[in-house]
Design a protein around this ligand. Sequence first.
Ligand SMILES: NCC(=O)N[C@H]1[C@@H](O)[C@H](n2cnc3c(N)ncnc32)O[C@@H]1CO
Length: 147
Amino acid sequence: MRMLLIHSDYLEYEVKDKALKNPEPISDEQKKGRLDEVLAVFISVEKVDETNPDEVVEKAVKEIEDVASQVKAERIFVYPFAHLSSELAKPDVALEVLRKIEEKLKERGFEVKRAPFGYYKAFKLSCKGHPLAELSRTIVPEEAVSK
Ligand SMILES: NCC(=O)N[C@H]1[C@@H](O)[C@H](n2cnc3c(N)ncnc32)O[C@@H]1CO
C-alpha cells in the first residue's frame, strides 16, 4: 500500500464519471464532499496487500493515527487514489481495505469521510505547507517482507 498524507485547510471532491464498470454504489449526497482542517490520505492499495489485507489495514491505521497526532488533525479524509503504484490490488480487495480503514479510524474517535471508490472525481485541496504537511508511507504485509 502507498499512502500520500497531506495536512490541509480543506479537501473537497465532486464525482464526475465512472472509472470502473461497477463502481461503489453511492447516494446523491456522496456525489460531493468536503472536510475542513483535515488530514487527507490518498491511498493506492497494492497487489502485495492481497496476501494479508487485515494486517495492512492495521498498519495503515497506525501510521495514519501517528501522523494525525503529530499534526494535531482530528478529521481524516480517506481518498482512493490509483496513481501511487503500478501494481494495484483488485478493486474488490482495495474497496474492502479502504472501508476497514475508515471504520477503524472512526472507532478511534476521528471524524472520517471516505471519497467514493471507482469514479473520476474533481477535487480541490489546500495544503498547509508546514514541514509535516506532506508525507508518504509504504506499507507491506509481513510475509512479503520476509520473501
Ligand atoms: N483518481 C481517481 C481514481 O484513482 N479512481 C480509482 C479509484 O477510485 C478506484 N481504485 C481501483 N483500484 C484501486 C486501488 N487498488 N487502490 C485505490 N483505488 C482504486 O477505482 C478508480 C479507477 O481505478
